[in-house]
Design a protein around this ligand. Structure first.
Ligand code: PHE
Length: 446
């Protein structure tokens, strides 16, 4: 039986850092800053915090409860508590892992390349104009393959020796770099303008529905929710872990890194007068403006740029590991494959699936929307209904390892009512938008 031989984390710290590693990634540094720029700064930040607190945290705890309680990968965990009828939802989670990692790794490849360029020679003055070359075609594909290779190498080693060890070393490094960069950014002339753009609410945007929708999508993406990544990591936990504490620690660290990353990006952009470029915010904004800023900073830019992209690569890597692990653990549990077989096969398939994203950033952007708007938000809706209504006594399962927590009944109530209602409402608007984006992609194709 899978449970008897199941791998486990060697320490609590290892699990929490690996889960934070999953949460903290391109979402915090790339997606968060471009969405904040697009959606009126603080207005977006406020909604994002609200959704994280009221919706993200309950769903995160739900995933941890399902994973730890069942000691199984997503498909089996759902069947364990809900019967075979729930297996298809698990299959959707695995599909989401495939889809998200396929383009996530392409973007991670851009960051890997920029990190190496900064380290080796510094950014050339015309770096902004060359983004198209970096972001597409064989260049993008090559770095996507390289990044997938590293991810596959780590996941193949296993939960303790690969995933946990990587997180124990890399996550503290990432925190130090990001905080250091924020301190450095605060000393730049023009930092103040960057802060006020970032943190002053554009009240006209506060009432925009699209801000709420983007904030919801971002909260789910950033916390790695709605596709079983957190569930899978929790399935390697012993039953004495204090899940509410772990939930709050993971959520806090995730929000903190996103917030501090904004304190790096906005001052830098304003110090170098590049704000117009961010206004025309797209998927590539960060990858156009930041290297340009580093190029203009000369020798300092080389150091700062190397650190900035190193932090992005580290964040992306620990997140990619968790995405791949969803697929790998499902193949190990469900198909009886060895870890090496599962990792290689899944990794190779995902690498191929990334080809369209590597050749076309519009395709990448639309897949990102599909992943977020449909898979993660839809997955979150299904998970909240599952734990709120289908699972017997989720509170007892959550309480294992704790003395019982006063807000557990509130948690269950949220999962039964407010969370699914909110997510259904968001989906109601997000689905047509996503289908329109897909249609747009086909109609604009040559
Ligand atoms: N949370 C990761 C990030 O912010 C992305 C991710 C999403 C990872 C879903 C796993 C699952 O970059």
């Amino acid at each position: 039986m899978a449970t008897a031989t199941r791998e486990h984390w060697s320490s609590r710290r290892g699990f929490v850092l690996a889960a934070i590693g999953s949460a903290v990634g391109l979402g915090n540094m790339w997606r968060f800053s471009y969405l904040a720029a697009e959606n009126g700064g603080a207005a977006f930040v406020v909604f994002y915090l609200g959704v994280t607190l009221c919706v993200g945290i309950p769903v995160l705890l739900a995933e941890l409860v399902l994973g730890r309680g069942s000691q199984q990968s997503p498909i089996r965990a759902l069947a364990h508590y809900g019967g075979a009828a729930w297996r298809p939802l698990g299959v959707v989670f695995v599909a989401a892992g495939f889809l998200i990692l396929s383009y996530y790794s392409v973007i991670a490849g851009w960051t890997l390349r920029y990190g190496l360029v900064a380290l080796a020679q510094g950014f050339p003055a015309d770096v902004a104009d060359r983004f198209g070359d970096v972001a597409t075609g064989w260049d993008a594909f090559g770095f996507h393959v390289l990044f997938m290779g590293i991810t596959i190498g780590i996941v193949a080693v296993g939960v303790k020796g690969g995933i946990e060890r990587t997180a124990l070393v890399l996550m503290p490094t990432l925190f130090v770099i990001v905080v250091g960069l924020a301190i450095y950014a605060s000393t730049l002339p023009g930092a103040g303008e960057g802060y006020s753009y970032y943190l002053a609410a554009d009240v006209s945007k506060l009432l925009h529905w699209s801000v709420v929708k983007d904030a919801a999508g971002q909260a789910f993406f950033s916390l790695s929710l709605g596709m079983g990544a957190m569930l899978t990591f929790a399935s390697y936990l012993q039953r004495d872990e204090h899940l509410p504490n772990a939930t709050l620690t993971i959520a806090f660290a995730d929000v903190a890194v996103a917030f501090v990353a904004g304190l790096v990006v906005f001052p830098l952009i304003f110090a170098l007068g590049l704000e117009e470029r961010v206004g025309a915010s797209t998927v590539g904004a960060l990858f156009i403006t930041m290297p340009q800023a580093f190029a203009e900073m000369g020798a300092v830019g080389r150091v700062v740029g190397t650190l900035f992209f190193a932090a992005l690569v580290v964040g992306a890597l620990t997140s990619a590991i968790s995405l791949l692990e969803v697929v790998v653990s499902s193949a190990i549990d469900g198909l009886g494959w060895t870890r090496a077989q599962a990792t290689l096969a899944a990794g190779a398939a995902i690498t191929l699936l990334g080809v369209p994203s590597a050749w076309n950033t519009d395709v990448l952007g639309v897949i990102d929307q599909i992943a977020n708007n449909l898979f993660l938000l839809g997955g979150g809706l299904a998970l909240s209904i599952f734990v709120g209504w289908v699972m017997q006594d989720p509170i007892a399962e959550a309480a294992s390892g704790t003395e019982g927590i006063r807000w557990f009944p509130l948690w269950r109530w949220l999962l039964r009512t407010a969370v699914p209602l909110f997510l259904a409402l968001v989906l109601f608007y997000a689905v047509p938008e996503t289908t329109a984006a897909i249609a747009g992609l086909f109609s604009s194709a040559p």
